[in-house]
Design a protein around this ligand. Structure first.
Ligand code: NAD
Length: 350
């Protein structure tokens, strides 16, 4: 049931819209980002108000419980819909899985844009939306166009740096939007990240993010291939990772997200927690589709990108349990392929 206007107005009074920041989407990244944003803002301005919203009520409740246990005096409210979040807060950050969720949260009934349309132009102009989701560039541009037509400001601000960067507050934000929206968003992004790069107009942050993840998606597979081959050649994982990371093959996929346990003695990548946490394989597959779809529409060839996309799809199809695990778990799939090959060879010899 949709909340009445009276309920929404009561919410606005309680949360004092101009002092309030809302965060929608408290998943692996969002929960860490919201924690940094709220805790740093609260330390600077103790009468700030905070609002959270997630499709899974338990995610919002556990975030609230955790935050208030660390900051008992803080004002933190859970709302049920994005519309309520906008009525409660002048600044709203969204961190959602992809395009369908962004469309739903922004444009559908009970969403952000219908709420903005109920404000006068002055109140709308003070509203800032920051969407950190990695999604389709065209969808993001359409949503941003609707937000601007409703009188508010918006930036696309996808991130790089993973869950570890979100937790440490060291993310890189790749921002697309007008100069004015970028300047408006920068102080808030600085609570959650270290590098804030204005990439260009609306959609430019996403373009940069999609190209970056195209590189990452390919690299994570080839690091898995090299780490598996090296062990078959008798190399210890830590020795091999040490060589790659101090040589020309070094990259984030090998030096931070290495897929082989104990290969990085001073780090604790997702492979050491059964590939839990981190960046889900299903989200990497989504990003590879974002890259190959936009490349098709621009006639930009991606021979490696397409092969990597098909490989992630095969991993999830053959081993659905890996869909939610960190994408470095493609290594586990490579191991199984190797075992199947060995059985096949042994069978042929019998
Ligand atoms: P996630 O699936 O862990 O979190 C998404 C959250 O959004 C969940 O809590 C979900 O319940 C919530 N949600 C979904 N639909 C909703 C709706 N309609 N209303 C409110 N909440 C809703 O995903 P994540 O790993 O946090 O990634 C979020 C985004 O960040 C993705 O676009 C991803 O590609 C990108 N990203 C992730 C990483 C990473 O390492 N995990 C790194 C960089 C970028």
């Amino acid at each position: 049931m949709r909340p009445s206007l009276r309920t929404l107005q009561a919410l606005e009074r309680r949360t004092t819209r101009s002092k309030s920041i809302a965060f929608i989407g408290l998943g692996r990244m969002g929960a860490e980002m919201a924690y940094n944003l709220f805790s740093k803002k609260f330390t600077e301005v103790p009468d700030s108000h905070f609002v959270v919203c997630d499709a899974l009520p338990e995610s919002a409740m556990s975030f609230r419980q955790n935050f208030l246990s660390q900051f008992p005096g803080a004002h933190l409210e859970i709302v049920q819909t994005p519309e309520q979040a906008v009525h409660a807060s002048q600044t709203v950050v969204t961190m959602l899985p992809s395009s369908p969720q962004v469309k739903s949260v922004y444009t559908e009934s009970g969403g952000i844009i219908p709420a903005l349309q109920s404000y006068d132009s002055e109140a709308s102009a003070r509203t800032l939306l920051i969407d950190s989701t990695t999604l389709d560039v065209e969808v993001a541009r359409q949503v941003a166009g609707d937000v601007v037509r409703a009188g508010a400001q918006i930036v696309d601000a996808p991130v790089s740096g993973g869950v570890a960067g979100a937790k440490a507050g060291t993310l890189s934000f790749l921002v697309g939007g007008t100069e004015s929206a970028f300047n408006f968003s920068q102080p808030l992004l600085a609570y959650m990240g270290k590098r804030i790069i204005h990439c260009g107009p609306s959609g430019a942050g996403l373009g940069a993010k999609i190209c970056n993840n195209l590189v990452l998606g390919v690299q994570q597979i080839v690091v898995g291939e090299a780490m598996l081959l090296g062990q078959k050649l008798g190399l210890e994982p830590a020795v091999l990772a040490g060589v790659i990371n101090s040589s020309t093959g070094g990259c984030w996929a090998s030096s931070v997200n290495n897929p082989v346990p104990l290969s990085l003695p001073e780090k604790s990548p997702p492979c050491e927690r059964d590939y839990e946490g981190g960046f889900a394989t299903s989200l990497m597959l989504k990003d590879m589709f974002l890259a190959t779809d936009i490349a098709d529409s621009k006639n930009s060839p991606l021979p490696l990108g397409q092969t990597a996309r098909d490989f992630y799809a095969e991993v999830i199809q053959r081993d659905p349990a890996l869909a939610k695990k960190d994408f470095s778990s493609v290594y586990r799939h490579l191991q199984r392929m190797g075992q199947d090959n060995e059985k096949g060879t042994a069978g042929a010899l019998e």
